[in-house]
Design a protein around this ligand. Structure first.
Ligand SMILES: Cc1cc2nc3c(=O)[nH]c(=O)nc-3n(C[C@H](O)[C@H](O)[C@H](O)COP(=O)(O)OP(=O)(O)OC[C@H]3O[C@@H](n4cnc5c(N)ncnc54)[C@H](O)[C@@H]3O)c2cc1C
Length: 419
């Protein structure tokens, strides 16, 4: 250990959550350091689908999925894959997930996701305007298309369930879809359109611009890995692979890697696992879509970005250590065939895998524990980009509980001690 760094608040993790929080905390006058062995935004925040998915108020697992589960798990290239060797480690997480499907827990989850999502667009508008980068977010809505006539009933039922949750949603005919997105195939029967959503044109650039603004605000970035930490009388001590960081408070925001440090600092074991996801970036495919389009039957999303069209999705349970199976990323291209009048070009395409940080009740932990010395912001699963800006505002509010902001979700649903 050669160096000692000091700070008011040490943020562990330079993903979208850590960097957004660091910027907002620095704006409150705190001396902030961000510790991460990687450059800002190189984790899950690098390659997500860029969808501001405020419409996704339901967790991805529900009772209806249970019936289809065996068939889904038998298909190695299907949208859901379990590495059977990983099953013993994942089993307690799955049990909790199942328990969470009971009606009262499920309702709590939906209310918790919805409260964050409803505050997300406004928080992002404020954040992007504050760094003078509003163009990174396109507020053009998004589409969920269906191709089979027999899917209509499911789409209409989903529309109804979403409306009950106050999600603004319109049912479009196939012709309306083709008018808005003329490159899509004639096979598309219709779609749900979500006007209150949008997409980011480059999720990695979003983190980069926030990191730039944070540096201007005085935030220091330390390129090291935190290996251990402890709470002390006057603050916290973090041991990295090269130094010690002494701070008054720590914010754990290292996504899917947050469980070990949470246990070290708070003594609490959190059931955090990862739902690995993949993308395939198609640099030749500019201007194919006006907004993000998800396929109901094929179960993946396509988002138009500055660097081309990004195909993304799939959930893989295989933990943090097993190598990526990039066949799953290439599979996204095969899945896209037939969705457009002319198939997409995969020339120059690049595959990617990332770790969604997921808790079994599909809600993040956003909390303040250990007499306020430890702050927590992780576990945003499929919605970390969507919920990053509102999470950062909530973290600031955790430090100033006396300044009650009635516009933000309260931390009740997101507390550590629910586990
Ligand atoms: C395929 C895919 C598509 C997705 N699509 C969407 C979408 O369209 N919309 C949406 O809202 N969300 C989406 N998500 C989810 C979203 O990407 C994540 O929820 C979000 O990026 C999590 O951000 P984070 O900052 O918590 O974690 P990360 O971005 O993973 O950042 C964690 C950081 O912590 C660092 N770290 C880890 N361990 C340590 C340590 N010991 N010391 C220091 N640093 C450490 C890592 O290096 C990393 O930089 C998608 C995810 C995937 C995989």
């Amino acid at each position: 250990m050669s160096d000692t760094h000091t700070a008011d608040i040490a943020v562990i993790g330079a993903g979208i959550i850590g960097v957004a929080c660091a910027l907002q905390l620095a704006r409150q006058g705190h001396r902030v350091v961000v510790i991460d062995p990687q450059a800002p935004g190189m984790g899950a925040s690098y390659g997500n689908a860029g969808h501001l998915a405020t419409e996704q108020v339901f967790p991805i697992a529900d009772v209806s999925i249970l019936k289809r589960l065996p068939a889904m798990l038998m298909d190695p290239m299907g949208p859901l894959r379990l590495d059977w060797k990983y099953l013993p480690r994942a089993l307690p997480w799955f049990v909790r997930l199942l328990l969470n499907l009971r009606p009262a827990s499920y309702r709590r989850t939906v209310a918790g996701i919805r409260a964050l999502n409803e505050a997300s667009l406004g928080a992002w508008q404020r954040l992007l305007h504050s760094i003078e980068q509003p163009q990174l977010l396109r507020e053009d809505g998004s589409l969920l298309v269906f191709e089979r006539a027999e899917s209509r009933a499911a789409i209409e039922a989903l529309q109804q369930r979403m409306q009950q949750q106050n999600v603004t949603v319109d049912l479009w005919s196939g012709d309306a879809v083709r008018q808005a997105a003329p490159q899509l195939s004639d096979d598309i029967q219709g779609a749900l359109f979500f006007p209150g959503t949008g997409h980011f044109i480059d999720p990695f650039q979003v983190v980069g611009e926030l990191a730039k603004a944070a540096k201007v605000q005085g935030v220091q970035f330390i390129k090291q890995r935190v290996v251990d930490g402890r709470v002390e009388d006057d603050g916290v001590s973090l041991m990295t692979d090269h130094s010690v960081v002494a701070a008054r408070q720590v914010l754990i925001a290292c996504g899917a890697h947050s469980a070990r440090l949470t246990a070290a600092l708070t003594g609490k074991k959190v059931p955090l696992d990862t739902e690995r996801g993949y993308h395939l970036m198609l640099p030749q495919e500019q201007d194919r879509l006006p907004f993000a389009v998800t396929s109901l039957e094929r179960k993946f999303i396509m988002t138009p970005m500055a660097g081309g069209l990004r195909l993304a999705g799939t959930v893989e349970f295989a933990g943090l250590d097993r190598p990526a199976n990039m066949q799953r990323a290439w599979q996204l291209h095969r899945l896209s065939q037939g969705l457009f009048r002319h198939d997409l070009s995969a020339q120059g395409a690049t595959p990617w895998m990332g770790f969604r940080p997921s808790l079994p009740d599909s809600l993040p932990i956003i909390d303040r524990v250990c007499d306020g010395k430890v702050l927590l912001a992780f576990g945003h699963q499929h919605l970390g980009l969507t919920q990053a800006a509102v999470t950062a505002e909530m973290v600031v509010q955790l430090l100033k509980p006396e300044q009650l902001n009635l516009g933000l979700p309260t931390r009740g649903a997101y507390r550590l001690d629910r586990f």
